[in-house]
Structures are given as C-alpha cells and as structure tokens.
Ligand binder design. Structure first.
Ligand code: SF4
Length: 362
C-alpha cells in the first residue's frame, strides 16, 4: 500500500544546479513553479503552517547537492534554524546519484538534512544512456552505500517507460533496489512533457510511451516487490498540478489524476482473485462476501467497482458484497459465503505478496 507523506512542506528549485538535460525533464513544468524560493518565503511558510503535526521541509527539483555550497547554505539556513527550534520535523532534499560524495554528505548533515531522495530512474545502463541521464547504474550503488554508511534516510525515484525500457528491466530494477534497502520509493511512469527532447522523439515516432494499462501493470508489480521487501512507496504517478491536470503540459503518456489508486486497486484485484479462486475450489457458491478493513473497502472495490465487475464475470458469480471489519488488519482479505457472519479464511497482504512476487519471477 502507498504510505503517502502528508506533512511535507515542499519548495521547488527547478533545474538549478543541473547542467544535464534528461530527455523527459522540464523541471519548470513538473514543479508548476518557475521561480526560486527566497529565505523569507521559507521562513514565512514555516511560520504559517497550521496543521498540528510539524512539517518536514523538502527541496525538490533540480539537483540540490550540485548547487554551489553558498546556494545550498542559503536555502538550508532558515530550515535548519527552524529545525533547531523544533518548528519542523526534518529536512529532505532530492538530487542525482552522481552528486553524492562524502564531503557533500558531511556538509548536508551539518545543515540538518536527514533524508536524501535520489533520482535513480532506472538501473539499466542502456536506458540511462538513451534518457540522457549522464550517470550509470554504478553511481546509484555507490550513492546508496555511502548514504547508508552515513546514516541518512534514503528515497529513490524510478521512472518506468523511459526510452529502451521494458517490463523485465523495470522489475529487475525494483528487485535490485529492494536488495539495496532504501527507506522510501516513488514510482513515476514516464510522461511526455511538452518542450522536452522526449516530446521531439515522440513527434518523430521514435518514442512510444506506455499505455495507461501497461503503466498500471508495471507499477503494480514494482509496488508488490517494494511492499514485500519493506520499502515504503510514498507516491505513484505525478502529482496532478493544475497545468498537468488540464493537459497543458502533458503531450502523451499514461497520465491519470488518480494513478496511484488505480495501481493499488490493480494489486488488490490480484489478491482477491487469488482468494476467490482458492475458495471456489473448495466450495460451490454464486454469492460471496469479501471481508476487509473498513479503510480498504474502496481500494478492494476498485474505481467504479471495476474489480467487482471483473470478478463477477471471471468467476460467474451473481453477487459480491464487501464488508468492513475493524478487527482485520489493513491489507488482509477474508472470504465467506453470503450467509457467513465472518470470514471463513483470510490472506494477509504479506502472504499474498510472497506468492504473487514468486509467481512473477517464473
Ligand atoms: S538531472 Fe534532474 S533536473 Fe537535471 S535534467 Fe535530469 S531530471 Fe532534470
């Protein structure tokens, strides 16, 4: 399941510090902002934070640790002052894997940074090269190992569907990343943003984006691999900013405003399909009840109850009812006949994931 971080106070530093031009990147468009925050903007945003839980300050976009040190110090100083006064819960930055070294980590640590998110995108060298990343998979291994050694919390961002990519490469990458053991992951299927090199390749017919179904399927399998290995997936699919939402910036690709929900529901469908199949192998029933934690009801049903319609058709069932039970853990699904007053048997999310990921490998 997705563990979205609700208390991030983000500042976007588009393209600043980055001499590269990855084919997919137009940081101005992704962030929805084109200016850089001033120290007083950061102080004001912290002061104006109204929620009960403290915010975590995040500097996203660009390649933070590639900025001149004076710039980094400029942005971090107000955040670090607030951290020392316990007005924020932490500071995180995003950067490239090849902009990580021991001395920069020493500096970032001295300015209060606790979490570093790496733009990994892929662990396949051909994909990295064709995407104009300017670094290799080896840089990712080195960066993660150094970040672990220095005790940072580590996030990784992956982009299925880049030029030269395919499902096998994505899953191999997800397994490798899981083995390296970061704390957090984001999965952003590649979108073709206007005015990027990828847009040009697309218009010339040299790049074909993933369809929505393909992107959901690959992201579902990556989510399963990460969940099983304890890597918290904090976001799947780009945040729908106003421009992206209205299609102003996206020229092509698998954009959906509730992409993460589609992926979670697709994984839930695999779980209930496995469950119903097992149940019907032992029982004859045309009507069944699925028992879940009340917070999982909508994910299990799927958007517009698509999972239920699929199951009814697939197993020739007349009726499927979803019942919330507060004594069931999130991710656990139970099943019974329609007249049952509780589940006859249950599958926890981990039991399901072990089986699902093992099947995927075959
Ligand atoms: S390294 Fe990051 S900021 Fe620089 S071009 Fe690539 S995606 Fe954009």
């Amino acid at each position: 399941m997705i563990h979205e971080h609700k208390h991030i106070l983000p500042f976007f530093i588009p393209h600043l510090g980055c001499p590269h031009q990855c084919v997919f990147c137009n940081q101005h468009h992704v962030s929805g902002e084109s200016g850089y925050p001033k120290a007083e903007d950061i102080e004001k945003a912290i002061h104006d934070w109204e929620e009960e839980s403290l915010p975590e300050i995040a500097f996203y976009g660009g390649s933070f640790s590639g900025l001149p040190l004076d710039w980094q110090r400029y942005f971090l100083t107000p955040a670090f002052a607030a951290l020392k006064k316990k007005k924020i819960s932490g500071i995180r930055i995003s950067t490239r894997p090849d902009y990580i070294n021991a001395s920069i980590l020493l500096f970032l640590r001295s300015m209060g940074v606790g979490t570093i998110e790496l733009g990994v995108q892929s662990l396949d060298d051909e994909v990295l090269e064709r995407s104009g990343r300017g670094h290799r998979a080896q840089d990712v291994y080195q960066a993660i190992s150094l970040l672990k050694e220095k005790g940072f919390q580590i996030g990784v961002q992956l982009m299925p569907g880049l030029p030269g990519d395919n499902r096998e490469k994505c899953l191999r990458g997800a397994r490798e990343i899981s083995r390296l053991g970061p704390d957090l992951a984001r999965i952003y299927p590649t979108l073709v943003l206007k005015e990027t090199p990828l847009h040009k390749l697309f218009l010339e017919g040299k790049y074909h984006p993933l369809s929505l179904d393909e992107a959901v399927g690959i992201s579902r399998d990556m989510l399963a691999v990460f969940c099983l290995s304890g890597v918290h997936v904090i976001r799947i699919g780009l945040q729908p900013t106003r421009e992206i939402q209205t299609g102003v910036q996206v020229a092509a690709g698998p954009f959906h405003p509730a992409f993460g929900e589609l992926v979670e529901s697709a994984l839930a469908r695999e779980q209930i399909q496995m469950m119903v199949k097992g149940f019907l192998a032992r029982e004859t029933a045309a009507q069944i009840v699925l028992w879940v934690s009340p917070r999982d009801c909508s994910i299990i049903a799927g958007q517009h109850r698509r999972n239920m319609e699929f199951l009814k058709k697939f197993f020739h069932l007349d009726r499927i009812k979803i019942m919330g039970r507060s004594d069931l853990e999130r991710g656990t699904v139970g099943i019974s006949r329609m007249d049952g007053d509780g589940p006859d048997w249950t599958i926890s999310q981990n039991q399901f994931l072990r089986e699902f990921v093992a099947l995927m490998a075959n």
